[in-house]
Structures are given as structure tokens and as C-alpha cells.
Design a protein around this ligand. Sequence first.
Ligand SMILES: [Zn+2]
Length: 232
Amino acid sequence: MSKYTDIREAAYQANMRLPRLGLVLFTFGNVSAADRDLGVFAIKPSGVPYEELTPDSMVIVDFDGKTVKGKLRPSSDTLTHAVLYKHWEKIGGIVHTHSTYATAWAQAQRDIPIFGTTHADHNTVDVPCAPPMNDDMIQGDYEYQTGFQIMNAFRDRGLSYEEVEMVLVGNHAPFTWGKTPDKAVYNSAVLESIAQMAYLTEQISSVAPRLKDSLIKKHYERKHGPNSYYGQ
Ligand SMILES: [Zn+2]
């Protein structure tokens, strides 16, 4: 039993949920699980098919992206996870996928409009799409800079990462997070569903209006107000 057993197991279980939820193909996608006391996270190794993953194969990395323990190379997206853990101190799990509908919105470089109450139950704003990275960032340390691209988008829009636990990176794909890796995976599946519904909504009506403010407010209060009761 190592001190990393718990996060390795958590990261493994959360990673295995991605193909079951239809959120990844082949080796795409990765989940990490953080241990704030130890200052590290466990993340999927790079290029290993899901069916060959084991808890022990999860790589332990610190918040600067340095491998602390593990025989395999950590996911190529590791530095993005590290940057977010380092600066957003309350998150305990991060997911990255190229799930089809969310990625399509990212490729279109569009925020996902809040069209209905399914969306409002999870987010009371449009799902933000960070702009594609500039050439300096791309040619620099790309995965590291992706983390800053996400944080900059939240800062520029005045969004809280505790309030909005999902983002699209323009031309790339979604990242989600949460207090736990399970919550981050849940958010990833919710985002894919919201992205699909919003796409269909626009197909049915190109002039579909965004959700009314009164409904947004109602759903926000259901979740956050002093009398919150949401949790279906
Ligand atoms: Zn990616």
C-alpha cells in the first residue's frame, strides 16, 4: 500500500468511465485525480489503450508537471492539468476528452448558448469557449500554455472556476473539472449532452431564443440559494 494508492485507484476508475460513457475513442482523453495534501495528482499514462490500464499504471505527477512516481510517460496533456491544479486550488479532478458534440462547438469556436433548463441546472451561463491559442503560445510549451489559455478566458469573462466547471478550448476540445474526479467525469458527460441538445436546438430553429432570465435565476437559486433543493 503506497501513499498514492487512493488517487491511483480514483484516477483509474474515473478514466475507465470515459469509454463506457461514449466520451472517448482509442486512447483519446484523460482523467486525473489530485491529492492536495501530498501536492500531486495521478494521471493516465500516455498512449496506453483503456483495456490495458491498471491502477498501478497511473503516473504520479506534481503540480509543476514533474513525474514523481510511475514507470510510464504521463499523458501528453499532463501540463495542462498541472497548471489548473496549481492555480485553481479547490479542484480535485480534471477530465479532457474529444467528445463529439462538445468538440464540434470548440471547433466552431462558439460558446454553447444556454437554451434550456438542463443546461441551467448545471451552469447559469453559456459554456465558455476560450479563443484558439496565439502562435507564440502554440510554439512555446503548448500543453502548459493551454492551461493558461483556459485560466485567461475565465479571468477575462469574470467567471469562477467553482461556479463553471467546464470550458471549450477553441479549435481543440473540452476540459472539465470538479472537487473530485468523479464529479469531473460527470461534468464531462453533462457537457456532451448539453452540446448535443444545443446543436439539435439550432437545427430545429435557427432563431431559438436563449433561456429567459427568470428561468435562469430560478435554476440558479434552486442550486445555490438559501432554499436550494436541486439534486435530482
Ligand atoms: Zn486534446
